[in-house]
Design a protein around this ligand. Structure first.
Ligand code: NDP
Length: 367
């Protein structure tokens, strides 16, 4: 169905019933709405912020218009590269003034994990929508504060879960929800890479909030939930550390974790900073299976089921993500798999439980 027909249907109006002048007005209104572009400022001009900025060049509904950065030289580089006016440039001390800037709709935080909560609270107070990178915060308590602050301010809080818009992922999820694999009783998620530079923020507990689980294991936590379409009711977890110098107290190197679901389904996952070639999802049901490898990298994603390969065009994930987030913020579109603060919070509740299970060596109940 065309966007125009969906709009008319939602408005309860049959196309045939419209008199021509009214139809023209409605059509003009609709076009105006559809054409509206989300004006985005990126906060933290590092590796991922740069990737998002480059991907946004191909967006139809999102445009990079501003920056927040602690590095003046990066600000001037980005100004000339992306045509950003001086009035849309801020640093971490001045960005509260963004409240007086009507030309920025949303700030996308691509900063280290520990900065997401304090900056989100300031952005909400400034009345701007917020997109947070994953993990949304260091723990569920912080996540709840963010959700509450954005709700109170009446702004959207979204999390950069780019896989929730990826075509092959969505097809596997569609087939799972349609029962094509039968009862899906087992999921395996493997997420890991060998981390380099020991001085980076990802290995600093204060900035990262943990280790591999916060950074890469979260893909298996999140993936388990959207692949099975259920929320876990218990978690168990075990940790192993081969390099206690590089991975200090509170920075996990490798964690295996298991989750149980109301249907009786179980998940078994691995999160590690010690091994490469770990980017795999496997979903098994009573009638079939789906396998994805790579499953959450920048792509192209490869996916196949017991019936054969799933073919879909590869589009840069962050381009699709930002166009879809524009539709969520500007049109109130509801994505098939949510990307809001509540969704980010669900992962943080599970990650808290995984760390608790590692500490206690037992089963942690959820829900
Ligand atoms: P980088 O270190 O490359 O960039 C982070 C940027 O944040 C820095 O360049 C800096 O920008 C700013 N910053 C502000 N304060 C600090 C600080 N104390 N230490 C370091 N940097 C600081 O990190 P990434 O871009 O790789 O990661 C950023 C976020 O994005 C993380 O939350 C990460 O989990 C997430 N991420 C998500 C991915 C995805 O696929 N969804 C992939 C990769 C990362 P400036 O100088 O402009 O202030």
């Amino acid at each position: 169905m065309s966007n125009r027909r969906i709009f008319l249907k939602k408005a309860g109006i049959s196309t045939l019933a419209l008199s021509l002048p009214y139809a023209n007005t409605l059509s003009a209104m609709h076009t105006l709405h559809e054409d509206k572009v989300l004006r985005v400022a990126i906060m933290g001009l590092g590796s991922y912020g740069t990737r998002v900025a480059e991907a946004m060049k191909d967006c139809k509904r999102a445009k990079l218009v501003g920056v927040v950065s602690g590095t003046p030289s990066k600000i001037s580089d980005w100004q000339s590269k992306y045509g950003i006016p001086a009035k849309n440039c801020y640093n971490y001390e001045t960005f509260d003034q963004i409240k007086d800037n009507p030309d920025i709709d949303v700030v996308y935080m691509t900063t280290p994990n520990s900065l997401h909560k304090p900056h989100c609270l300031r952005l909400a107070a400034a009345g701007k929508h917020v997109i947070s990178e994953k993990p949304m915060a260091l723990n569920a308590a912080e996540g709840r504060e963010m959700v509450a602050a954005c709700k109170k301010a009446g702004v959207h809080l979204l999390v950069g879960y780019r896989m929730h818009f990826e075509a092959k992922t969505l097809e596997v999820v569609r087939q799972q929800r349609a029962g094509e694999f039968g009862e899906t009783l087992f999921f395996q998620g493997l997420s890991g890479f060998r981390i380099g530079d020991p001085t980076q923020w990802r290995l600093d507990r204060e900035l990262a909030g943990g280790g591999s689980m916060m950074d890469i294991g979260i893909y298996s936590v999140n993936g388990t939930r959207y692949m099975l379409g259920e929320e876990p009711v218990w978690v168990t977890a075990q940790e192993s550390k081969t390099d206690p110098v590089k991975f200090k107290e509170g920075v996990d190197e490798t964690i295996t974790f298991q989750m149980g679901f109301p249907s009786g389904a179980m998940a078994s996952c691995l999160s590690t900073y010690a091994l490469n070639h770990l980017d795999k999802f496997f979903l098994n049901g009573t009638k079939g299976f789906a396998e994805m490898q790579p499953s959450t990298g920048y792509g192209p994603i490869k996916a196949w089921t017991n019936k054969g390969p799933i073919e879909r065009e590869h589009i840069t994930h962050q381009t699709t993500q930002m166009d879809e987030m524009a539709a969520i913020i500007l049109d109130g579109k509801k994505p098939l798999i949510p990307v809001d603060g509540e969704e980010g919070l669900k992962d943080l509740v599970i990650i808290d439980a995984i760390y608790e299970a590692v500490r206690n060596g037992g089963k942690v109940k959820l829900g």
